[in-house]
Unconditional design. Structure first.
Lengths: 52, 276
């Protein structure tokens, strides 16, 4: 899968590395901004109140 | 052993050129084979990726999010402090003057849940530690909020009022407002700031109850139906850390109050001045 992705990327090696870094950064931002908060609220509900 | 070593070491350098060609073609052959995606190969990569994402999530949840959310809550609370000062300067106090001038002024409870009406200042949690207090203890809009973090149980009294002023905050995650609640020591000062001034409470002790222990919110904590003769501050949070099995309760007793006209208490004046 990742090998296929690497071959699909255009340009010389350094361009590909640059593209991969950007892709990984985009994925990380999406995870931290949207996916992780959603998962925390949905999967791990926290309650610090009494009688709540 | 010792004899063969000097003879072998120079070898890799001349061999590199001749060995490079077959290695490169072998790599090409290998990559050609890998072009055909196998089910197990893709599945394996997906599973490894999922594992990495779960690790990243836990790191974010337990550590990174507390730092970023805590910093945002701190900043938001400092803005609330400035706002309270401006509100007071505009004469927007909701409190009625007490009959006895020695009594603290009691602010009216906010009309809407989620409304920020004051700040909590605990020097033990950090030299300039401050969090906004919102009305209500709703998990999503108050306790998990990146701008609040501390909630007031609306069925309890207001700061300085005879009875119980009860607050809730997270022990871990979402800024962990009460993360260091177990580090409070006898005699520690806890300040509540409203538009009218600062209420000083003195920490007395900790208690551990089940999540159903609503009696800690009574006007006299743990004594339902008893008429209050003290002004108490109660903080509730999770116990142990990372768990919601029990609740840790911190009690503080009212000491005095500082009208805003006279400026902040001495312990806080340095912090307020430094912030300008």
């Amino acid at each position: 899968m990742y090998a296929a992705l690497w071959r699909i990327l255009p340009g010389p090696v350094w361009v590909r590395i640059l593209i991969v870094i950007v892709l990984v950064a985009v994925v990380l931002v999406v995870l931290v901004e949207w996916v992780f908060p959603w998962a925390a609220d949905t999967l791990l509900p926290q309650d610090s109140t009494v009688g709540g | 052993m010792h004899d063969s070593e000097p003879a072998e070491t120079p070898e890799p350098a001349p061999a590199a050129d001749t060995a490079a060609a077959p290695t490169r073609s072998a790599a090409r052959r290998r990559s050609a084979a890998a072009t055909r995606l196998s089910v197990t190969g893709v599945l394996g990569e997906i599973l490894v990726t999922a594992g990495v994402v779960v690790m990243l999530f836990l790191g974010w949840y337990m550590w990174l999010n507390d730092i970023t959310a805590g910093a945002e809550q701190q900043q938001a609370a400092e803005e609330v402090q400035q706002e309270l000062q401006e509100q007071w300067e505009r004469g927007e106090s909701t409190a009625e003057r007490p009959v006895d001038p020695g009594e603290p002024v009691i602010s009216a409870a906010p009309a809407e849940e989620g409304e920020v009406f004051g700040t909590l200042i605990v020097p033990r949690f950090g030299p300039d530690w401050v969090r906004s207090i919102a009305s209500g203890v709703d998990v999503k809009t108050v306790l998990n909020s990146y701008t609040v973090g501390v909630g007031h149980y609306t069925q309890t009294q207001m700061p300085g009022e005879m009875g119980n002023f009860a607050l809730a905050g997270h022990r871990r995650t979402y800024g962990a407002a009460f993360g260091d609640i177990d580090k409070l020591r006898l005699g520690d000062r806890i300040y509540v700031e409203t538009v009218d001034g600062w209420y000083e409470y003195v920490f007395r002790g900790l208690e551990y109850v089940w999540p159903t222990g609503v009696e800690v919110l009574e006007p006299v904590p743990a004594a339902p139906g008893v008429a209050p003769t003290d002004r108490v501050l109660t903080m509730t949070s999770c116990n142990p850390r990372f768990s919601t099995a029990e609740r840790i309760i911190a009690y503080a007793v009212y000491e005095t109050w500082y009208p805003r006209a006279d400026g902040p208490p001495e312990e806080l004046s340095g912090v307020v001045q430094a912030r300008g």
